[in-house]
Ligand binder design. Structure first.
Ligand code: F0G
Length: 469
């Protein structure tokens, strides 16, 4: 993969950006046939979450917990101290988190949604409103489970797949200010998701975060970051925001943290770990009620939902994820996939996000109406054709409202999420070939209908059948 010579400021002499690691232990992939995959996906009710992962060749379902850990993280696993209380692994974890996010209280959880559940249990409830640039599915579900309303206030460009705005994750500060003016008393917290996963993995600028922080604090409402992909967001700020180019990413991360009053985190993303998360905040009273909830469901405050060895893996992961060589490779290798698909004429969300490439299924399959799930159709076709598992982010994921009615989501996307440090460039070249092949036969793809679904988070377990039309 290449980029213009010396675009990094001159540190690299050659154009090709290589994976800044070599492979230390290998996992075999099982090669399957189109026939085998056709049977597997039928048995799975055409839901990719229901597949056995051994039947998947290239697994781009998620970048969450699926990355490769480093030698030094595995060494940390060996060093993990499993003392119930006050383990040295806890203190290494705490130091690593607070080095980047110096909040007074850090509450370890088994993953991001556990942090969300605890926070929204403490501050949510009927009549409350939680604004965000765009809530991710678990965040929205955790807000709504308490009876509160989840409101998305991303800028208009964030909903336009063709817009090349450099910070499409930005919050619409005008609408936020209006909401807080009208309903501030009902808003216990404002969230900003960095990067904005549901909106295409798009970053939020420091300038926007600063404006959001100013508005929140003028209304005396705390600002929290959903910081799952904070390092990728900080790298985009370094690359795209005026005045940030020569800065250390760690300092950009600290600036983002300084604008906020707390955070939720899934260490399965930019923690470079396979499990883990935390809730961090400054407010002493809120921290105490959150710790009380933590003890009910997760564990004692110095391990939360994690083993000592997990705390060690995260502590080391946080040191590695802010390495500039890693981030340059990470962002460039995702763009390599996206740029190749653009060249092949496949519609994708632009600019290319940090952790994933989002195919615009509604644009590719205009003959499939949103309520016949063009994203699901495309995701199934990528699996049958090439064994690639992707994830629908559209009407299947977001179309069912809490009142039971169904509506088209703003976008019908298919996410190709790239696990960190896991696949090589030839795997990605194969993905490009498969996507190009499926896009070339787009008009032959058919829609789906849902034959079975739960009341919430239906995309995980719903079963589908080909639409009758
Ligand atoms: N917030 C965002 C922005 C996320 O992307 C996720 C998870 C979470 C919160 C919840 O974290 O999984 O550790 O409980 N996203 C994964 C994904 C599942 O595939 O994008 P978690």
């Amino acid at each position: 993969m290449t980029q213009p010579r010396a675009a990094d400021g001159g540190a690299m002499t050659f154009r090709t950006i290589i994976e800044p690691f070599r492979i230390h232990s290998v996992e075999p992939l099982r090669i399957t046939t189109v026939g085998e995959r056709g049977r597997a996906i039928r048995d799975a009710g055409f839901n990719l979450f229901n597949l056995r992962s051994e039947d998947v060749l290239i697994d781009l379902l998620t970048d969450s917990g699926t990355g490769a850990m480093s030698r030094d993280q595995w060494a940390g696993v060996q060093r993990g101290d499993e003392s119930y209380a006050g383990s040295p692994s806890w203190f290494r974890f705490l130091e690593s988190v607070q080095d980047l996010f110096p909040f007074r209280h850090v509450i370890p959880t088994h993953q991001g949604r556990a942090a969300e559940k605890i926070l929204f249990t403490a501050i949510g409830g009927a009549g409350k409103i939680i604004p965000n640039n765009t809530h991710f599915d678990t965040t929205r579900a955790n807000v709504e489970f308490t009876g509160a309303e989840a409101v998305d206030l991303v800028i208009a460009e964030g909903l336009d797949p063709a817009s090349t705005h450099p910070f499409k994750g930005n919050m619409d500060v005008g609408r936020l200010d209006q909401l807080l003016e009208a309903r501030g008393a009902d808003v216990p917290v404002v969230f900003v998701t960095i990067t904005n996963n549901s909106g295409g993995g798009q970053p939020v600028s420091l300038a926007n975060l600063t404006a959001v922080s100013e508005i929140c604090h003028r209304h005396r409402i705390p600002l929290f970051l959903d910081a799952c992909r904070f390092a990728e967001n900080a790298w985009f700020i370094r690359e795209r925001e005026p005045g940030q180019h020569d800065r250390d990413v760690r300092d950009i991360v600290r600036d983002m943290a300084a604008l906020a009053d707390g955070m939720t985190m899934s260490a399965k993303k930019d923690g470079l770990a396979n499990i883990g998360g935390w809730l961090a905040l400054d407010d002493d009273a809120l921290a105490e009620s959150c710790r009380n909830l933590l003890i009910l469901t997760e564990g004692f405050p110095t391990y939360g939902g994690l083993a000592g060895r997990d705390l060690e893996a995260i502590a080391q992961g946080l040191r590695e994820v802010v390495d500039h060589d890693y981030l340059r490779y990470r962002i460039r290798s995702t763009a390599y996939l996206g740029d190749a698909l653009i060249t092949a004429g496949v519609p994708v969300v632009r600019p290319i996000g940090g952790h994933a490439v989002y195919l615009d299924a509604r644009a590719l399959l205009p003959h499939i109406p949103p309520l016949e799930y063009p994203g699901q159709s495309l995701a199934v076709a990528l699996y049958e054709t090439g064994g690639i598992r992707s994830c629908e982010i559209g009407t299947v994921m977001f179309g069912l409202r809490p009142d039971g009615t169904e509506h088209a989501a703003p976008l019908d996307l298919v996410r190709l999420a790239i696990p960190r440090r896991t696949y090589t460039q030839s795997h990605v070249d194969y993905v490009i070939e498969v996507c190009t092949d499926v896009a070339g036969r787009a008009s032959s793809l058919r829609g789906y209908r849902i034959v079975e679904q739960p009341r919430a988070l239906r995309h995980f377990t719903a079963r589908f059948a080909p639409a009758e039309t």
